[in-house]
Design a protein around this ligand. Structure first.
Ligand code: ADP
Length: 325
C-alpha cells in the first residue's frame, strides 16, 4: 500500500545515447525501510540511484517523494542525500568542517553548524576525532565521516552507492551492522546499491533485484532468496540449482539436495569443496546437468565421496520450485 512518505519511481527511464541504462521501471519504496538495490555490473543500479539523488537527469518518467515530483529539483532540495563510494571528503577540511560543509553553504552560523556536526559525529562515534584531517583517518573512519556529512542535511532518503566495497571483509561486516543500526535509529529510508547478495540478505527489509535495466524481482530477502521468480534471480541470489525437470525449468535449494542410498537420481561426483561447517558436493546427473548439494561436514565425512565416484542425489519433490520462462 502507498502512503504519504513513500518514494516512488514512475516509469523511470535513463538513456545514454543508444544505451538504455534504466528501462521504464516503476517501484514504490516503503518509508523507513532499508532497501538494497542489487544486480550484476551494468544492470542500471547506479543510474537509478543517481537519478533519485539528482546527479543524473531523467530521460523520461518521474520520481515522487512525499507526494511531490522531485526529478526537476536540484540535489540539495530533494530531501535526499547521497554517500559516495570514495567518500569524497574535502582533504583540506578537518572532520568537523567536512560534516558541517553543507550548512556553511546554506549560511548557517558557525556555532549552530558546529553543534549539529558534533551531534552527528557523536551518532557515528567519531566526535573524538573531529579535529583530524581525512588523511589522518582509516577507511572505516572516513566512511563514518562521509555518513555524518550526508545525514546533516536531514534527508528523508539516504542513497548509498556501494558503501562497503572499499573496506576489508572484517570491517565490511562491522560497518554493515552499523549502517543497519543507524537506519533504525534515524527512521529514514536507506537505498543501498550493492552487487553482493550476502550484503543485501543481511541488511535489507526489501531486496530489489535488477537485471538488464529492469527490476526483475523485489520483496523481502527471504522471499527473493527462497522463492526466486526467474532463473536469473535464482542464479544471482545463489544457493539454488536450476535444472530441466519433466519439461519445466525448476529450482531446488542446494541445502535441500541430499546424498541418498537409493531412489533419487544417479550422478557422478565432479567436485568436493570443503566450506567449514558444510561441504559443497557438485555432481553431474543423468542427462548432463550439474547439481550442487550442501551437506553438513559431519554427514559428508561419515561417508566421504571423491570426484569421479558414483552416487545418488535425492530431494523432496515438493521443494522443487518452478521458474517463470
Ligand atoms: P550498474 O550500477 O548496475 O553497474 P550503471 O547504471 O552504472 O550500472 O550502468 C548501466 C548501463 O549504462 C551500462 O551499460 C553502462 O555502461 C551505461 N552507462 C552508465 N553511465 C553512463 C554514461 N555516463 N554514459 C554512457 N553510458 C553509461
Amino acid at each position: 500500500m502507498r502512503t504519504q512518505g513513500d518514494l516512488e519511481l514512475v516509469h523511470l527511464t535513463k538513456r545514454y545515447g543508444d544505451t538504455v541504462a534504466v528501462d521504464d521501471i516503476s517501484h514504490i519504496f516503503a518509508p523507513a525501510s532499508y532497501v538494497c538495490l542489487l544486480g550484476p555490473s551494468g544492470c542500471g543500479k547506479s543510474s537509478t540511484l543517481r537519478m533519485i539523488a539528482g546527479h543524473e537527469t531523467v530521460s523520461s518518467g518521474g520520481i515522487v517523494l512525499h507526494g511531490m515530483e522531485i526529478s526537476d529539483l536540484p540535489p540539495a532540495q530533494r530531501g535526499t542525500a547521497m554517500m559516495f563510494q570514495n567518500y569524497a571528503l574535502f582533504p583540506h577540511l578537518n572532520v568537523r568542517d567536512n560534516v558541517a560543509f553543507s550548512l556553511r553553504m546554506k549560511g548557517v552560523d558557525k556555532a549552530t553548524r558546529h553543534k549539529k556536526a558534533m551531534a552527528l559525529l557523536d551518532l557515528v562515534d567519531m566526535a573524538h576525532l573531529a579535529d583530524r584531517l581525512p588523511a589522518q583517518l582509516s577507511g572505516g573512519q572516513q566512511q563514518r565521516v562521509a555518513l555524518a556529512r550526508a545525514l546533516i542535511t536531514e534527508p528523508r532518503v539516504l542513497l548509498l552507492d556501494e558503501p562497503l566495497s572499499a573496506l576489508d571483509p572484517f570491517l565490511r561486516i562491522r560497518m554493515r551492522a552499523e549502517l543497519k543500526r543507524l537506519q533504525r535509529e534515524l527512521g529514514i529510508t536507506f537505498i543501498h546499491v550493492t552487487h553482493g547478495q550476502d550484503e543485501a540478505l543481511a541488511l535489507a527489509d526489501e531486496c530489489v533485484v535488477m537485471n538488464r535495466a529492469v527490476i526483475e524481482q523485489a520483496g523481502p530477502p527471504r522471499e527473493v532468496w527462497g522463492a526466486p521468480r526467474t532463473e536469473f534471480v535464482a542464479r544471482f541470489m545463489g544457493g539454488h540449482n536450476v535444472l530441466d525437470w519433466h519439461g519445466a525449468r525448476v529450482a531446488i535449494r542446494s541445502d535441500e539436495v541430499r546424498i541418498v542410498a537409493s531412489g533419487g537420481v544417479a550422478a557422478t561426483a565432479r567436485a568436493v569443496e570443503y566450506q567449514g561447517d558444510r561441504v559443497a558436493l557438485t555432481a553431474k546427473i543423468e542427462g548432463g546437468e550439474e547439481i550442487t548439494a550442501l551437506v553438513s561436514d559431519a554427514a559428508f565425512f561419515a561417508q566421504p565421496i571423491n570426484p569421479g565416484e558414483a552416487l545418488r542425489l535425492g530431494w523432496d519433490e515438493g521443494r522443487l520450485h518452478r521458474l517463470e520462462a
